[in-house]
Design a protein around this ligand. Structure first.
Ligand code: DOR
Length: 310
C-alpha cells in the first residue's frame, strides 16, 4: 500500500488532502466534521472582521462541469474562527485559517490578534475573492498586492501563505512571483481561487443561474483544472523556496495526482467536496493509492513536482 504521509512547514500530515476554504468550513459542526474526516489538514471559511450574511440567494449553482458561486463572503466573523482555532486538536491535523478582510486595516487588525493568540494555526491570506461588489481582487493589482503583503508581513512575525487568483499570462506569473519571492515570510502560495466573474446561462429559462451581480460569479470544478495546474506549476517553478497548495478541478484521485505532479505539496478540494461532503476524502485517497500502485510509486515524493516536458 503506497504511503501517503507527507509534511508541510515541518508538520506531519497523514496525507496531502484538505478542503478549499469556503467549502464545509463555515460553522463549528462542519469544522468538527472536517477535523474527524480523512483529510490530512483543513482550513476555515475566509473570514472578515465582523460577521457577514453575504450576497442574496441563490448564490451557488452546480453544473455538470463545475460550479458558479457568488457567496460574497458569508461568515461568522473573525472571533468565531479564532475561537475554533483555540479549541482545535492540532495533534490530529494542522488547521489553516483563511483571512479575507474587506480592507487592509481590517486584515491588520485580525493579524495582530492572531499573532497574540497562542495557537499553531497557519494563516492563509485570501487576496482573491471575486464576489464582493465594489471590491477588486487584490491579486490582480500588483502594486496593491505588494503593499498588502508588505504591511501584513511587518505586522505578523510567523510564516504565512497567500491565496491567489488564477493568472493567464506568463508576464503576470513572473510579476506575481517576483513580489512573493521578496517576502521570505510567505511560506506557501495557494493556487487558485475560483476563476472570477464567469457567467452560466440556462438555455431553457434564458436566465442567469445565480442572483448576485446579474449572474456573474466565480467558476470552480472541471472547468478550471488546466488553469489550476498551470498556476500551480508556474509558481512551483518560480518560487523554489515556497510550498504550493493546489486547488481547482479535483473530482477524483487522478486530479490529485496531477496537482502533485505539477508541484503541489497539498491539494485542496472545493466544488466536489460541496457536492459529496467529507466522505469524498477516503475515496480520493483510495483512488490516488490505486494510481500510485499501478505506476510503482511507494510515496508521494517519488513523483511530486516531477512533471515532464516534451
Ligand atoms: O469563489 C469564491 N467565493 N472565492 C472566495 O474567495 C470567496 C467566496 C465567497 O464567499 O464569495
Amino acid at each position: 500500500m503506497p504511503d501517503l504521509r507527507t509534511e508541510f512547514l515541518d508538520l506531519p500530515l497523514a496525507n496531502p488532502l484538505m478542503n478549499a476554504s469556503g467549502v464545509w468550513c463555515s460553522v463549528a459542526s462542519q469544522l468538527e466534521a472536517l477535523a474527524e474526516c480523512a483529510a490530512g489538514a483543513m482550513v476555515t471559511k475566509s473570514c472578515t472582521l465582523a460577521q457577514r450574511d453575504g450576497n442574496p440567494e441563490p448564490r451557488y449553482r452546480a453544473t455538470p462541469w463545475g460550479s458558479i458561486n457568488s457567496m460574497g463572503l458569508p461568515n461568522e466573523g473573525f472571533p468565531y474562527y479564532l475561537n475554533y482555532a483555540r479549541c482545535h486538536d492540532y495533534e490530529r491535523k494542522p488547521l489553516f485559517m483563511s483571512l479575507a478582510g474587506l480592507t487592509l486595516d481590517d486584515n491588520l487588525t485580525m493579524v495582530a490578534e492572531l499573532r497574540e493568540a497562542v495557537t499553531p494555526v497557519i494563516m492563509e491570506l485570501n487576496l482573491s475573492c471575486p464576489n464582493v461588489p465594489g471590491k477588486a481582487q487584490v491579486g490582480y493589482d500588483f502594486e496593491a498586492m505588494d503593499t498588502f503583503i508588505h504591511e501584513i508581513a511587518d505586522a505578523y512575525d510567523r510564516p504565512f501563505g497567500v491565496k491567489l487568483p488564477p493568472y493567464f499570462d506568463i508576464a503576470h506569473f513572473d510579476e506575481a512571483a517576483a513580489i512573493l519571492n521578496a517576502y521570505p515570510q510567505i511560506a506557501f502560495v495557494t493556487c487558485i481561487n475560483s476563476i472570477g466573474n464567469g457567467l452560466v446561462i440556462d438555455p431553457v429559462s434564458e436566465t442567469v443561474v445565480i442572483r448576485p451581480k446579474d449572474g456573474f460569479g466565480g467558476i470552480g470544478g472541471d472547468f478550471v483544472l488546466p488553469t489550476a495546474l498551470a498556476n500551480v506549476n508556474a509558481f512551483f517553478r518560480r518560487c523554489p523556496d515556497k510550498k504550493i497548495i493546489g486547488c481547482g478541478g479535483v473530482r477524483s484521485g487522478e486530479q490529485v495526482f496531477l496537482h502533485l505532479l505539477a508541484g503541489a505539496a497539498l491539494v485542496q478540494v472545493g466544488t466536489q467536496l460541496f457536492e459529496e461532503g467529507p466522505l469524498i476524502f477516503p475515496r480520493l485517497l483510495e483512488e490516488l493509492q490505486a494510481i500510485m500502485t499501478a505506476k510503482g510509486y511507494d510515496r508521494i515524493t517519488d513523483f511530486q513536482g516531477k512533471l515532464k516536458t516534451l
